[in-house]
Design a protein around this ligand. Structure first.
Ligand code: PLP
Length: 373
């Protein structure tokens, strides 16, 4: 039987989900690792760059990896309702997996700051949407407070099962390339994902709990951590300049960026992310909204891959650091594209206002003239 049934069943022994527990899955994971064929030569860069396109998960973002784990564990524990704060993609994933599990989901979203596709997802899956007059950070604070007074399981990335699911993306990269890349670049919001990847790479490498704050953080969970003898990459986290607490070394009270998925000023995985930076020898940096949108368009027009704005932050940063030499030429690099471009059609359309659509009469002559000129 080769029917793929999601990342829990694919990596169960390496995850804290017991054998007898039924996975609440939607075939998430096994996303394409696409090698760039045009951008490096176009920019005069000599590097092997892959994009891990997480936009092809079932709800269109990497959040499905953590959500299948969090919801499976919550249901096994008897939970009847889950709750999260979200910039959009977590709410879409929570809504979908709650529907799949037959439980309730409550999502807190920032009023007016969530991309159209994500809101549509939360609505069609039938979750309870609570729009707050505040940003993600306000929502996160409220979720933590309310969970103490109501029978709901938090499924934000502070739920340790989330990062366990997200580490499987690193497993997939290594299983496919035969080893870890030299550099792994990610967009960073709460920094759960960069921590999850590092956990996965470090487990495959066989790093001990004494040598790693990140491995040590999960030491209470039981599962197979046997080493595969692979290396670990340098982890690089990129933020939007208006929401860059890691790049600036302090929390940001009023984060702003067109990349709404990473419009976060008070990240939840602060200590884990700093451990990732130190343990991997990596760094954090920030990019302007213009640089982010330019990378999104470049990727769409040069490679045929349409990711959402926040996702393009990883590639924008990698290309900039390749040009300035911080990432050496000749490196093998993986950039995670966290979400699908279809989530945010408004930003994509606004970016293309300089390419108007030509309207012609429905005649052969008119269409011919439009093509040949
Ligand atoms: C959630 C999200 C991020 C940020 O991930 P963190 O784990 O919060 O750092 C980046 N891009 C997209 C599309 C997301 O949905």
């Amino acid at each position: 039987m080769t029917h793929y049934t999601g990342l829990i069943n694919n990596y169960r022994s390496r995850l804290p989900i017991a054998d007898g527990v039924e996975a609440i899955e939607l075939g998430e994971g096994q996303t394409p690792l696409i090698k760039l064929r045009n951008i490096p030569s176009k920019l005069g860069i000599d590097a092997e760059i892959y994009v891990k396109f997480e936009g092809l998960n079932i709800t269109g973002s990497f959040k499905d990896r953590g959500m299948t784990m969090a919801v499976t564990a919550a249901v096994a524990d008897g939970a009847k309702a889950i709750i999260c704060a979200s910039t959009g993609n977590t709410s879409a994933a929570a809504a979908a997996y709650a529907a799949r599990a037959g439980i309730k989901a409550f999502v807190l979203i920032p009023e007016g700051k969530i991309a159209m596709g994500k809101l549509a997802q939360a609505m069609i899956h039938g979750c309870e949407i609570i729009q707050i007059e505040g940003n993600f950070d306000d929502g996160m604070r409220l979720v933590k407070e309310v969970a103490e007074h109501a029978p709901v399981t938090i499924v934000n990335s502070i739920n340790p099962y989330r990062l366990q699911g997200q580490k499987t993306a690193a497993f997939e990269v290594v299983d496919e390339l035969g080893d870890a890349p030299d550099y792994h670049c990610l967009p960073v919001g709460n920094a759960g994902n960069i921590s999850g990847y590092w956990l996965g790479y470090s487990e495959y490498a066989g790093t001990s709990a004494e040598d790693s704050f990140v491995i040590n953080h999960f030491k209470e969970m039981e599962y197979d951590r046997s080493a595969k003898g692979t290396k670990t990459p340098t982890m690089v986290g990129y933020q939007a300049a208006g929401a860059a607490p890691f790049a600036h070394g302090e929390m940001v009270d009023n984060p702003e960026t067109v990349a709404t998925a990473i419009r976060i000023g008070h990240p939840q995985s602060w200590d884990l992310a700093h451990a990732v930076e130190k343990e991997s020898g990596g760094w954090f940096d920030a990019l302007s909204d213009e640089e982010i949108l330019a990378a999104q368009k470049l990727l769409a027009q040069s490679e045929g891959v349409f990711c959402e704005p926040a996702s393009a932050t990883s590639l924008a940063g990698a290309l900039r650091d390749l040009k300035n030499g911080r990432i050496p030429q000749g490196s093998r690099i993986v950039c995670t594209l966290t979400g699908n471009g279809l989530k945010d059609p408004d930003t994509a359309m606004a970016q293309c206002s300089d390419t108007p659509i030509t309207t012609v009469p429905a005649t052969l002559d008119a269409v011919k003239a439009a093509i040949i000129g």
